[in-house]
Design a protein around this ligand. Structure first.
Ligand SMILES: NC(=O)C1=CN([C@@H]2O[C@H](COP(=O)(O)OP(=O)(O)OC[C@H]3O[C@@H](n4cnc5c(N)ncnc54)[C@H](OP(=O)(O)O)[C@@H]3O)[C@@H](O)[C@H]2O)C=CC1
Ligand SMILES: CCCCCCCCCCCCCCCC(=O)[C@@H](N)CO
Length: 352
């Protein structure tokens, strides 16, 4: 045996005898763990860079479109209770005055005021621009919904939905953004809907107008971030408001049954969450466990405003997609059952 062979056999013997092999996976695990720890530490180090500074609502000027009713009114109340000055924007002057009176009950100091501007956000908005002055937070909540089967809805509905829900958010934003950029501060909120994350039976006119807000918000956020302006999109589920009551009058059974999955929320609860997220500058604002899952699942390339949010999305995406398949299956079966039922009752009617 040469001296080289002797050496290698000594090493192998040593390895086997001392079970060095068995240590290898542990060493690899340690290295991987060290990398993960270093990575997480690095992410945490940069987290202050991407988490915006919270907005102080006390003394801030908040404009709420659609502030005379439902979710918008509750958002206005929530901000007013935290010391903000409020401007309510909607069409109907009587409703505006009524909401103003309601808001004023929640004043926390005697400097606070509530202004009302009667304007249709779906037609050009520039005349209101001078009246507003500097705005710290704009809440685009004016909106309308209508559900029905695609071929049964008048074509005009599709246009109206885009005019009010989408363009009705563009115009007010245009009216405030220049001053916000100059002042290097501000918040823009868009109130979308869970139906702006998932397209559902009956919402062929409504959903696209809410999806559009997401595209607007993502693009706008990229432009505005260097100016310290933060954009938030809220995706509430069905919420108990005059708007929902109106929509329910014509809602197809399928839409009703599918929407029930997410339940009905109270507008003041929804408003609290929305205001909290806007103040923190979170890009995404969702309500309830279904809302949380939908947002993680549909995050796509949307901006991330906290490290924890990013990590949660990475970890949960596959699981939530799996859950989503079951939901989709149940929605399909609702649609199928309703169709069969309708056909049966039609056939019964004919026989009579
Ligand atoms: N309720 C729900 O289930 C859900 C609602 N949403 C969204 O939240 C927002 C508020 O909904 P909700 O509180 O139910 O609605 P409401 O119908 O209760 O209130 C709508 C508000 O918007 C105003 N508005 C409507 N059209 C216009 C317009 N063209 N110009 C100016 N103001 C207008 C209304 O005042 P006026 O009519 O006097 O102008 C009113 O103040 C909407 O965008 C809706 O799509 C999202 C998810 C769920
Ligand atoms: C992991 C995946 C979870 C999936 C959960 C899916 C839940 C779907 C429910 C959708 C409800 C849509 C409400 C729209 C409300 C609205 O905007 C109108 N009412 C306005 O008036």
């Amino acid at each position: 045996m040469s001296s080289e062979e002797a050496l290698s056999s000594t090493i192998t013997d040593w390895l086997f005898i001392n079970s060095w092999w068995l240590l290898l996976p542990f060493i690899m695990l340690l290295v991987v763990a060290a990398f993960i720890v270093a990575f997480v530490l690095l992410l945490y180090m940069i987290s202050p860079l991407i988490s915006p500074k919270p907005l102080k609502l006390n003394g801030a000027h908040v404009v709420v479109t659609g502030g005379s009713s439902g979710i918008g009114k509750c958002i206005a109340i929530e901000c007013y209770r935290q010391g903000a000055f409020i401007t309510l924007v909607a069409r109907d002057e009587a409703k505006l005055l009524q909401a103003k009176k309601e808001l004023e009950k929640y004043a926390i100091n005697d400097k606070q005021v509530v202004l009302c501007i009667s304007v249709d956000v779906s037609s050009d908005y520039s005349q209101a621009q001078e009246k507003l002055g500097p705005v710290d937070m704009l809440v685009n909540c004016a909106g309308t919904s209508f559900s029905g089967k695609f071929e049964e809805m008048e074509v005009d509905r599709f246009k109206r939905m885009m005019e009010v829900n989408y363009l009705g958010s563009v115009y007010p934003t245009r009216a405030v953004i220049t001053t916000m950029k100059e002042r290097r501060m501000g918040r823009i909120m868009f109130v979308s809907s869970q139906a702006g994350q998932i397209g559902l039976f009956g919402y062929t006119a409504y959903s696209p107008s809410k999806f559009a807000l997401r595209g607007l918000a993502e693009s706008l956020q990229m432009e505005m971030k260097p100016y310290n302006i933060y954009v938030t999109v809220a995706y509430p589920p069905d919420t108990d408001t005059p708007g929902l009551a109106e929509e329910n009058k014509t809602k197809p059974l399928e839409t009703k049954l599918i929407s029930e999955t997410s339940g009905v929320c109270q507008p003041d609860q929804v408003a609290k969450i929305i205001v909290r997220d806007a103040v923190q500058g979170n890009f995404n604002s969702s309500v309830g466990p279904d809302g949380y899952m939908l947002s993680a699942l549909t995050c796509g390339m949307s901006p991330v405003t906290s490290i924890t949010e990013g990590l949660q999305q990475i970890v949960t995406m596959g699981l939530f997609r799996t859950i989503a398949l079951f939901y989709l299956g149940s929605f399909d079966s609702i649609v199928r059952r309703c169709m069969i039922q309708r056909e049966q009752s039609k056939a019964a009617d004919k026989r009579e």
